[in-house]
Design a protein around this ligand. Sequence first.
Ligand code: BGP
Length: 471
Amino acid sequence: MTTTPFPDGFLWGGATAANQIEGAYDEDGKGFSVQDVMPRGISGPRSAQPTPDNLKLVGIDHYHRYAEDIALFAEMGFGVYRFSIAWSRIFPKGDETEPNEAGLAFYDRVLDELEKHGIEPLVTISHYETPLHLAETYGGWTNRALIGFYERYARTLFERFGSRVKYWLTFNEINSLLHAPFMSGGIPIPEGGVPEQQLYQAMHHELVASARATRIAREVAPEAKIGCMVLSMPIYPLTPSPDDARAVMDADHGNLVYGDVHTRGAYPGYFLRTLREEGIALDITDQDRDDLTNTVDFVSFSYYMSIAETADPAKRATGEGNIMGGVANPTLPASEWGWQIDPVGLRLVLNQFWDRWQKPLFIVENGLGARDQLVEVDGEKTVVDDYRIAYLNDHLVQVGEAIEDGVDVLGYTSWGCIDIVSASTAQLSKRYGFIYVDRNDDGTGTLERYRKKSFHWYADVIRTNGASLSR
Ligand code: BGP
């Protein structure tokens, strides 16, 4: 057995989100979320009401099959499972004073199954699932009232589940709001777009809400560890020109500010300069400033790809990206969806975040979306996903390198540990899972689950605590 850089107790697992896995979009009192009216994900127009072509209405029917799915995660040896609680299951409209007991009871059942298998829950409080009523009636996070609604929701979760859930994330990819206002901030997008002043005010409201949830957790669930969650995307200068390097600094600052606020408890100077230069006067109260000082216990993030940046507008050929694009990097290969594949970038971002914030880090999303081909091998239906094994292996090797660099990494939950509906395009054909789910983009399929080749590979990685990785 070769040695491994991964420490004893490293948390290996997988990640999903309620709106992409559960289905049962209107069952047991659940209200609509913004996802129920986004049949094409971010890449398409919203619908007035949920429409049958929206794959998320059924998802992969995890709402009814959660026990079977969690048993498969346990078969791989998961130590941790990241999932989100659907806000509109707990508060169907979002502004009620009392929660929906049937929604709480569903997550009690999910936690029962995880406990049965000894799997640690890692819960995302809001994963792009703002109740549609809050979006349409209040304007989403542009409205300060959402802070109070979110506080009530978070307090309800901590009171109900605080003794059973140790790890909590306040908002999924909180830095995506400016790029995906409706999905990320529940902000209806008028013709001509959302005014910058409103977007930045919404960002401020979410940061205050995140900090208030952190303070509530300290009161209600003192054992809980609260993390923020950001979309990470290392940015490289397209050329060694200082102008390109400065373009990288500016773009990086746009993302790093969220982690800065969550770990230092105040807005950094470079962000205040941005507000001054853009003529944005945020409504920030003294209470807000006090709230923001409630900093997190750890920082979690998603990592899929890196991007390049340049100061030269002529070279700004758009590079595809996870919610955020940039300039395509000519030195890197890309996935079928154009996301550039860069395992070393994960080591870079782990070092950058550790050096900057000195907080334990948790990789809560990483994976390869690909069109998988279901085949039969030795009488078993499976997918020979060597490309996914290679992607994950190479990224995990870089996590090991970062740990050798001295970075404190708590764990790794691979994104989409079972095939689920993609966020950006609302497709099922963009598959991430170790487990294939027989459902197609046209809604057909048996919903049967089949173990892919990567299922057995990942089980080995977990069993050997990373020693089986090919370095
Ligand atoms: C992140 C989201 C996840 C997941 C992931 C993969 O932005 O936090 O919900 O969807 O992207 O992206 P996609 O599903 O668009 O392939």
